[in-house]
Write a protein that binds this ligand. Structure first.
Ligand code: JHZ
Ligand code: SAH
Ligand code: ZN
Length: 401
């Protein structure tokens, strides 16, 4: 099946179908009898600009609304990560104006606000935006797009930094976003964003990074092409370890900043990344992981062993719904997020419970859905290991640790 590229209108060729999937962050009340929303989760690659993207788009209001449950503050590693980013932005100019798209609960901007630096968060999900405001962050409850950007520019002046973490790849209407960036960014300003990196996803076969909210899977090549089409330049890239491997892209107006060697190095590394040989190989490995995981969980059930999920991630919706994993295979998922607890995970109907239930008593096996936070979680759950518990992971392959 061929669709039209959301960046360049070129032909998008589908290479992986992950089937009928629910909204990844729609955790339902147990008494909710309304039918669940499903769509077809499939991924393709543009033959012209090489952007990897979803074939079907979910309307933004279905995903991002008052009850959007994800909060950035759930991980100590991420809190530290965002404090570091904030400190760099604070020091980027005299009296800078820092705008963050998708500021969520204000985890990054909080540091900027505490330093007394001019800032604005743009966040359409009302509940999490309220958390940011409660922490002293100036936030506008809105979707960022061209009109919002023009408004902000008129009210607050040009931005020295426009930043988006795990947000830009969520937005299919990229033309409007980049026209907005052009309207809002100061002549020598920078547009910085970080998102899961296609290179890491392919290398680790982390197919669960593919779900409704992750419309684009960026690479240096596709971002370079996207920037150029919108009068911007990709001037730097940084590889990040968070969320299983991301890249932070720095864009500026042409001629403002020299392009670093890191950009050329990453572009060279990506020579084959968007080829059908590489992407078809990825798709084949996904099917192997699916078969191995179903076989392992089915075997454990037959032996009467309990398995509990750890981390009710958005990613886990892709895994459970692709593999047909329900409460018969995973008893419940424990998670620290208040808005997910005592709800049912989307599609699978697996109950979500507070972390205290994990130890009461410890199961023999825990399926680590939040594998990107493995180090942090395994450190805090040392007692599970000590009690004889074993972790199950499926990235980069199914293993019992
Ligand atoms: P985590 C979300 O993805 C959605 P998810 C979104 N699309 C995105 O891109 C990323 O975030 C940024 C819990 N947890 O970070 C908290 C514990 O219970 O992998 C979270 O519910 N105990 C915006 O959902 C989940 O796990 C812990 O110790 O895939 C982790 O979600 C820790 C560290 C986390 O993102
Ligand atoms: N930056 C945080 C939060 C990522 S969650 C982090 O990295 O942890 C993605 C956020 O983007 C959600 O809070 C969602 O409401 C927001 N979002 C979605 N579309 C947006 C848009 N058009 N403009 C601004 N924020 C948007
Ligand atoms: Zn394209």
């Amino acid at each position: 099946m061929t669709t039209e590229c959301r960046i360049c209108a070129g032909p998008v060729e589908e290479f992986l179908d992950l089937g009928r999937q629910p909204l990844s962050d729609a955790f339902r009340r147990p008494d909710d009898t309304r039918p669940e929303f499903f769509y077809r989760l499939a991924v393709g690659v543009c033959g012209t600009c090489s952007m990897v993207q979803l074939v079907e788009e979910v309307p933004r209001e279905r995903m991002f609304h008052e009850d959007y449950p994800y909060v950035s503050r759930g991980s100590a590693v991420m809190r530290e990560h965002f404090r570091g980013v904030a400190e760099r932005f604070i020091a980027i100019a005299d009296d800078p104006f820092v705008v963050e798209l998708g500021c969520n609960d204000g985890t990054m901007l909080r540091t900027v606000a505490e330093a007394g630096v001019r800032h604005l968060g743009v966040e359409p999900s009302g509940g999490v935006a309220d958390l940011a405001a409660a922490d002293g962050v100036r936030v506008r409850k809105d979707f960022f797009e061209e009109a919002t950007a023009r408004d902000i520019r008129a009210a607050d002046g040009p931005a020295d930094v426009i930043y988006a973490a795990n947000t830009l790849c969520h937005i299919p209407y990229m033309g409007s976003i980049l026209r907005g960036v052009d309207a809002l960014l100061a002549p020598d300003g920078v547009f910085v964003f970080e998102d899961p990196y296609l290179g890491d996803i392919v290398e680790k076969t982390s197919f669960d990074q593919i779900y409704d909210e992750h419309f684009f899977l960026f690479s240096a090549r596709s971002v370079d092409e996207m920037a150029r089409r919108h009068g911007l330049e990709l001037v730097d890239v940084e590889r990040l370890a968070v969320h299983g491997g991301e890249v932070r892209y720095w864009l500026a107006r042409p001629g403002v900043r020299p392009r670093t060697a890191a950009v050329d190095a990453l572009l060279a590394e990506e020579a084959e990344l968007a080829s059908r040989v590489v992407l078809d190989g990825f798709a084949n490995r996904v099917q192997k992981i699916r078969a191995d995981l179903v076989a392992l969980l089915t075997d454990l059930r037959e032996r009467g062993e309990r398995v509990v999920g750890y981390g009710a991630t958005a990613k886990s919706a892709t895994v459970t719904n692709l593999c047909g994993i329900g409460p018969d295979l995973v008893e419940f998922i424990c998670d620290t997020t208040p808005a997910k607890q005592h709800r049912l995970a989307p599609g699978s109907g697996i109950p979500v419970r507070p972390p205290a239930d994990f130890a009461d008593p410890y199961p023999p096996y825990a399926l680590l859905f939040a594998w990107n936070h493995a180090e942090e979680i395994m450190a805090k759950e040392r007692a599970f290991r000590d009690a004889g518990g074993k972790w199950i992971t499926y990235v980069p392959e199914v293993r019992v640790l």
